[in-house]
Design a protein around this ligand. Structure first.
Ligand SMILES: *[C@@H]1O[C@H](CO)[C@@H](O)[C@H](O)[C@H]1NC(C)=O
Length: 157
């Protein structure tokens, strides 16, 4: 009885990794960006986008999210809109990132609270969608966007 309870606790702790053993891809799971992957926009590498798997980057997630490919950190902007612009930069200014199972979140104790929604907006009819953290329901006017997307590791391995 005691040992089976112990195994259960070990399994649930393993489902919430504090840090990943190796860099992982980050992908979306809903239309219109089903299985699009996080990466830098080729025309402006400071802009994080969801794009093709072939150009996917791999990330270390532990408070910060850092690309193992480019070393850039994923930072969250401080606008007053409910959606917050994400940028890739040389220095990590955001330590709010965490994992909940395979899901990317901002942690409950961070200044953003626990958020797991993202807004994506298509960049000029391309196959790339700019990603924003979404803390409410705002969306920019005049763009093709999809609200309430979530971002995930491909697996917990
Ligand atoms: C990122 O790094 C991974 C692992 O080395 C590699 O497989 C992948 O092709 C790289 N992505 C890009 C866009 O260079």
């Amino acid at each position: 009885m005691f040992s089976s309870l112990t195994s259960l606790l070990v399994i649930s702790a393993a489902a919430l990794p504090a840090a990943l053993a190796k860099p992982e891809q980050i992908r979306a799971v809903q239309s219109p960006i089903f299985h699009y992957y996080l990466q830098a926009y080729p025309q402006d590498p400071t802009i994080p986008v969801m794009g093709p798997e072939a150009s996917s980057e791999y990330f270390n997630i532990a408070g910060t999210i850092q690309s193992a490919n480019t070393s850039a950190f994923l930072n969250i902007g401080g606008e007053s809109t409910s959606y917050k612009t994400l940028t890739f930069a040389d220095a990590g200014a955001t330590d709010a990132w965490a994992l909940e199972g395979d899901t990317i979140i901002t942690s409950t104790g961070s200044s953003f609270g626990r958020q797991l929604n993202f807004l994506v907006c298509q960049l000029s009819g391309s196959q790339y969608w700019q990603v924003y953290l979404q803390t409410g329901s705002d969306a920019p006017a005049g763009k093709t966007c999809s609200n309430y997307q979530s971002l995930h590791l491909p697996c917990l391995c």
